[in-house]
Design a protein around this ligand. Structure first.
Ligand code: HSE
Length: 406
């Protein structure tokens, strides 16, 4: 029998217990031994719930029990999760977590402790919910130099942008709807400002580079400025707008960014709609691959956590992870990345055209039906630093800039 402890009986924690109860026989078959949830750590009691007999309120019960071989951390946040996970690993217990904030900040250190102890620190559920992406990067795509990972990594914002695009709804209305449907939190900042996607792309960037990528170093722009008017231009151009989290290799550097981008229908992520997530990967020998599915929610996330538990159980005394040093990677400066830019501008296109061509080069004008006193245009490919310099002279006229992902 392999005993585990689940720390946190919230949405994901209760999902983990449910998955083990529902699929226990199959899971045991896959491990080759019986998996037993010995403890569930939570501050609360759950009278009437069968889990109550396993509830403990003190982490010391778990850490001091040598029979507990695997600890599941689904509490979220940095503390006390970090302290509990570190102590568990140091005590020789493997850890599976869904906690992206913890992994993004302390992943490299926790992995090195697991390696030293010949156990495992696994975090499949921290990126893309139920979609396998961490394990493919670590086990399947190991022959490649990964040159690009671009993902729709946040279900809440993808749901909102999909509604805005297909229904013409405005930002505030779709946010309220997303909150009513339980997709967006009452405080939606982490999702709509792009912070959640930023931590996820920081984890993926660390994994593909093998070095520490700090999320604070990644330029991060959310969807709060996206308007009904932006969507009208997107439609007029035959594009859609998605919140992309992207990491691309340029020589020895990675360029990482989180920002809303315009995508043409040829782009593999164009058709990823609603709460779904998807991750596009390009390897230098593989070429392209796509991962798509349920990126959030109780059971999809719990499915990934329990799969990590199965992996940890199959490798109790063997470290199977991974290339991620604590040495920090210097990211390419945002201003050096090249792309096209869509700009919405106040005024009359005919009057400004010559001036804009002088400033930006061969621009393409875009007109959207029903919008008075403004127009749009697309720049040629240029470095973002050059765009910033040129756009300075028009700062009072520019209504919005959205990057184009060709
Ligand atoms: N709030 C996140 C999302 C949950 O909407 O995708 C999964 O990390």
């Amino acid at each position: 029998m392999i005993n585990i402890a689940v720390m946190g009986y919230g949405t994901v924690g209760s999902g983990v217990v449910e998955v083990i109860n529902t699929n226990g026989a199959r899971i045991n078959q896959r491990i080759g031994e019986e998996l037993n949830v010995k403890y569930v750590l939570d501050l609360r009691d759950f009278p009437g719930d069968p889990v109550q007999e396993k509830i403990v309120h003190d982490f010391e019960t778990i850490i001091q029990d040598e029979d507990v071989k695997i600890v599941v951390e689904v509490m979220g946040g940095i503390e006390p999760a970090y302290t509990f996970v570190k102590r568990s690993l140091k005590a020789g217990k493997s850890v599976a977590t869904s906690n992206k904030a913890l992994v993004a900040k302390h992943g490299a250190e926790l992995l090195s402790i697991a390696k030293e102890k010949n156990i495992n620190f696994l975090f499949e559920a921290s990126v893309g919910g139920g979609i396998p992406i961490i394990r493919p990067l670590n086990s399947s795509l190991t022959a490649d130099e990964i040159e690009e990972i671009t993902g729709i990594l946040n279900g809440t914002t993808n749901y909102m942008l999909t509604k805005m695009f297909y229904e013409g709804a405005d930002y505030d209305t779709v946010l309220k709807e997303a909150q009513a449907n339980g997709y967006a939190e009452r405080n939606p900042e982490a999702d709509v400002e792009g912070y959640d996607a930023c931590r996820k792309i920081a984890i993926l960037s660390s994994l593909i580079s093998g070095q520490q990528v700090d999320f604070e170093d990644i330029y991060c722009e959310g969807i709060t400025e996206i308007t009904v008017e932006d969507m009208k231009y997107a439609k007029a151009m035959g594009t859609t707008i998605k919140l992309l989290a992207s990491s691309k290799r340029h020589g020895n550097h990675l360029h990482a960014i989180v920002a809303p981008c315009m995508l043409y229908p040829e782009h593999p992520l164009y058709n990823v709609n609603g709460v779904f997530n998807s991750i596009f990967v390009h390897g230098n020998v593989l070429g392209d691959a796509m991962f798509y599915g349920s990126g959030a929610g109780k059971l999809p996330t719990a499915s990934a956590v329990v799969a990590d538990v199965v992996d940890a159980a199959k490798h109790l005394n063997r470290n199977i992870m991974t290339m991620w040093d604590q040495e920090k990677l210097r990211l390419e400066d945002k201003s050096d990345a090249k792309r096209r830019f869509f700009i919405r501008m106040k005024g009359d296109a005919d009057k400004l055209l010559v001036d804009l061509q002088y400033s930006f080069g061969e621009i393409e004008l875009v007109h959207a039906d029903g919008l008075e006193g403004e127009f749009g245009f697309v720049t040629p490919v240029m470095m973002e630093g050059d765009y910033d310099t040129r756009a300075k002279s028009y700062k009072d006229q520019i209504l919005h800039m959205i990057r184009i992902e060709d």
